[in-house]
Ligand binder design. Sequence first.
Ligand code: GUN
Ligand code: ZN
Length: 429
Amino acid sequence: MTTHAYRAALLRFADDGTPLYDADGLLVVGPNAQGQAVVHAAGDHAALIGQYPDLPVQDWRGHLIAPGFIDLHLHYPQLDVIGSPADGLLPWLEHYTFPHESRFAELAYAAEVARFFFDELQRHGVTTALAFSTSHPASVNAAFAEARARGLRFITGKVLQDRHSPDGVRDQTEQSLIDTEDLIRRWHGVDRLGYAITPRFAPTSTDAQMRGAGELAARYPDVWIQSHVAENRDEVRWVAELYPQARSYLGVYDSFGLLRERAVYAHCIHLDETDRALMAATGTAAAVSPTSNLFLGSGFFDFGAAQDAGMRHGLASDVGGGTSFSPFHTMLAAYFVGREGHTKAGLSLTPSRLWWLHTAGAAQALGLGQVVGGLRVGQEADFVRLNPQATPLLARKTAQANSLDELLFSLIVLGDDRAVAQTVIAGKT
Ligand code: GUN
Ligand code: ZN
């Protein structure tokens, strides 16, 4: 790739999460020593432009450049499960999700869904995702192949579920662990791809499968781990029956060596203070999925308590429990959920904090805080060009913004995919 420069309003995040904003900004991206597209310079246009006298500048004034969004948890095979109503999580899995996921044994079907899925991510400005595939290795191969062709930073894994699962999605203990290791060796670290060891949730894995997952995690320390925890009260009760000795639901994962940095657990709603302290101490992250939690009636993530405990967390769509791929919709739902959640210091969710939780904060939760999410110099060049005039009401409202938070809040409340004018992945538009 060659070096490119873009002039527009520019949002970035400092290492400590502080938003940095230039109303008339310049972003310069180009190859690093390894040939990867990274940020060379970012900041005020007038201050920087003198260093690039010969570089043509793409003029995007009137638009906003911001880090690409990071979706910390979703299920690519649940694209067609969105909007399936059920009386809570467990009936939803049984009636819609498991029957649908059984179709992903077939590579051609999985590949078609993967293409549609990545088109949706890009349309919505999502440039990094940690996603579930299904229990079929073909589903993982289809997703990785498609993500690789698009140059995306993408993490997924074969779902482990060897009990309490119907025919068609239930796997076999020993083979499931062999398949997982084969897939790690085939895909982890290839281009921008990463593997995640993926036990579906404690109720659907035997002790032997959970133990095997923990052993693989120990053998491959830079691989991710993803699962679900403490989403729904019936689910929490079920886990307590299955594991009467465990201190808590989260404690089950701890006992199998599945809490650590690069471990990301969806939901984390029904946790106690000891659980939150354990997540903070181990570097384990929560993928907060507010549209899913509201849709399935699961409950409300406590943003204030999470922040006070110092536990890593970021935002996720959880499609298809979640109702939208749109990071704007997810940020707005998080705001609704967080309305009651105060930290000891005060309000927990400002507009720039919500935005951070879906970009640089989510990158930190993945252990990729130095790599993506903030548009800092040296970070990978994944970004979006947002059009604050995308709809008549958005144009009217953003024209009246007197501060960064007012601008971001207008986009969060009124924005959707229409505001995403362009998604740039590794410097490619
Ligand atoms: N818990 C176990 N599997 C799932 C799933 O597919 N979606 C959600 N939201 N929760 C789960
Ligand atoms: Zn999920």
